[in-house]
Write a protein that binds this ligand. Structure first.
Ligand SMILES: *[C@@H]1O[C@H](CO)[C@@H](O)[C@H](O)[C@H]1NC(C)=O
Ligand SMILES: *[C@@H]1O[C@H](CO)[C@@H](O)[C@H](O)[C@H]1NC(C)=O
Ligand SMILES: *[C@@H]1O[C@H](CO)[C@@H](O)[C@H](O)[C@H]1NC(C)=O
Ligand SMILES: *[C@@H]1O[C@H](CO)[C@@H](O)[C@H](O)[C@H]1NC(C)=O
Ligand SMILES: *[C@@H]1O[C@H](CO)[C@@H](O)[C@H](O)[C@H]1NC(C)=O
Length: 289
């Protein structure tokens, strides 16, 4: 599928074609909460957190919700520089309501010079607790890096600069949970989480360093787009429509990607809920091979 970028003036055409495009942020994303802590200009958006408020934005404009099921969404993000302890910045997809499905990238800040951690999570029908945490092989505050969600019926892949850091496989046949029946919007946010985020909650946010600012830019999406009125979202995004993310060539990670994932798991994974036998009396079903 051809990539059109930027294509905001032809947005409705892009929607019809389900084509990839880079949005002008303000044409595609709107504040959901605390607009005065969200600054948009051209293809970037700055989120700020201070003692007054954090913020949330989502893919919505002029009464149009931009909702998706399956495909790929990417964002370039430059995280809070210097002392970011206590802060969490997030790039995620979520449906509405208590029984929501959600796919999360959460960036856990740290004191100056100490490393961020990336926490990923999956919610299905309102249940989460599927965290993994990774350190990164670069400093995510010095420059923009690309964080992507790839998602089809078989698996969800979390990627950092194109490198898979996590695969969440569809293990429904084992009784595992899997998000595949709720359309989600694209979202971002920033909040104070100093009760848990940094070094297990030991390090608190130092507000004398606020406002804390993170920048998001160059959003790209190539996914099955849905309207809020669609009843049967699974049928609308069915395999029979021959989307690229259902092709045999992407049915599993290729050899190169599998090696990359192994390397990340060996060198950078610091927490995996599937290994946390102290937390779960019985491990979630999708953890069992
Ligand atoms: C993006 O929006 C700004 C106004 O917010 C406008 O000046 C600019 O031309 C738009 N860019 C594109 C590529 O549509
Ligand atoms: C976002 O932050 C960057 C870096 O501080 C700055 O150059 C840019 O002007 C800001 N954009 C907006 C819309 O405030
Ligand atoms: C989702 O959770 C609710 C309870 O919160 C339950 O009643 C419902 O059956 C669940 N739906 C599915 C598809 O599992
Ligand atoms: C912060 O730095 C400490 C010390 O290097 C490290 O143990 C921790 O994993 C880092 N990240 C977070 C989010 O606490
Ligand atoms: C917070 O930051 C200020 C300014 O850098 C510093 O003087 C102060 O010691 C810091 N507070 C704590 C509790 O670390």
């Amino acid at each position: 599928m051809a990539q059109h970028c930027p294509l905001t003036s032809l947005m409705s055409l892009a929607m019809l074609l389900n084509a990839a495009f880079c949005a002008n942020f303000s044409d595609f994303f709107q504040p959901l909460w605390a607009p005065d802590h969200i600054a948009t200009e051209g293809d970037h958006i700055n989120l700020s957190l201070d003692t007054v408020s954090g913020n949330v934005w989502f893919s919505y404009n002029l009464d149009d919700f931009y909702l998706y099921l399956f495909g790929k969404a990417s964002m370039q993000i430059k995280l809070v520089e210097g002392d970011s302890a206590g802060t969490v910045t997030a790039f995620y997809m979520s449906s509405e309501g208590p029984n929501r499905d959600e796919l999360d990238f959460e960036y856990l800040g740290n004191v100056s010079g100490e490393p961020y951690l990336v926490q990923t999570n999956v919610y299905v029908n309102g249940s989460g607790n599927r965290e993994q945490r990774h350190s990164l092989w670069f400093d995510p505050t010095l420059d923009f890096h690309t964080y992507s969600l790839f998602w089809n019926r078989r698996y969800i892949v979390f990627l950092v600069n194109g490198i898979p850091i996590r695969v969440f496989a569809n293990k429904e046949e084992n009784g595992g949970i899997y998000p595949k029946s709720q359309a989600m919007s694209i979202r971002g946010s920033m909040w104070n989480a100093d009760d848990w985020a940094t070094q297990g909650g030991r390090v608190k946010t130092n507000w004398s360093h606020s406002p804390f600012v993170a920048t998001f830019r160059s959003f790209e999406i190539d996914a099955c787009e849905l309207s809020p009125e669609t009843d049967d979202v699974e049928a609308e995004c069915a395999v029979s429509r021959h989307f690229w993310w259902d092709k045999p060539s992407v049915r599993e990670l290729n050899r190169h990607q599998s090696h990359q994932l192994k390397w990340v798991r060996r060198k950078h994974m610091v927490y995996d809920y599937c290994k946390d036998v102290a937390r779960f009396t019985e491990l979630p079903r999708e953890c069992i091979n």
